[in-house]
Design a protein around this ligand. Sequence first.
Ligand code: PMP
Length: 282
Amino acid sequence: RIVYVNGAYVPEEEARVSIFDRGFLMADAVYEVTSVLDGRICEFEGHVARLHRSLAELKMAAPVDDAALLEIHRELIRRNDLTEGTIYLQVTRGAADRDFAWPEGAEPGLVLFTQAKALETPKAAETGIRVASVEDLRWGRRDIKTTQLLYPSLAKMIAREKGADDAWMVEDGYVTEGSSNNAYIVTGAGTIVTRQLSNDILHGITRASVLRLAREAQMVIEERPFTLAEAQAAKEAFSTAASIFVMPVVEIDGVPVGEGTPGPLAKRLREIYIAAAKATSI
Ligand code: PMP
């Protein structure tokens, strides 16, 4: 695999970053994951806009401009013959002698790599996934997409130990989001419910598009918190993220949701979303 590191395209074995990089020492870094379908990048504009928001919240500089970022994505697709998968991008504050205070004038670091993966028709989309609830113990700025992923990673492992595929995190009795995705339920009346945007959750790029497409399809949406009990009694449940699009959730803490199979609304939204993502891919 050819990866991008600070201006150079190199085989992954040759890629090097400093041990003083603050991304490595302090998770002083932000990231994006963008999906690729048919060799084209999905939702590029949305991911770049969120990257700028994350950078601004942490007073971090962008290492290159947006046109250069797009070119790097495209070059990695070309060099790796990527038709379907994801592109990971990380910006770090850079390397400096270890200190909690941010260094003056450190050169921001930029790393990108591709991961080939079946996104359009993975097995999980047909079977749906099982989730287990885990207390949400992350920090208070989950709207910033930082590489502080230790707790979400631990939450996923706790869910796995419980025999589930992923974690839905819960705070003060309400679901915040999945370990790496936004969470939704469909009520008996057919209303799509998902938590409103705040500092408590990541503002998913897929979430924004799915909600817009759902509204265009005359579906009813309520942005509000929901409890685990409400989710377990719901007609359907699903998660969204760039790497899973719309993923049906068929079981929550061992309780089947609806029929215990992927719901019609989640399946329809998945189709609508993939069609729209392809139509607007670049
Ligand atoms: N929430 C969290 C905590 C995430 O890590 C992610 C994906 N990185 C999402 C939601 C979904 O965001 P997106 O749709 O932009 O991939």
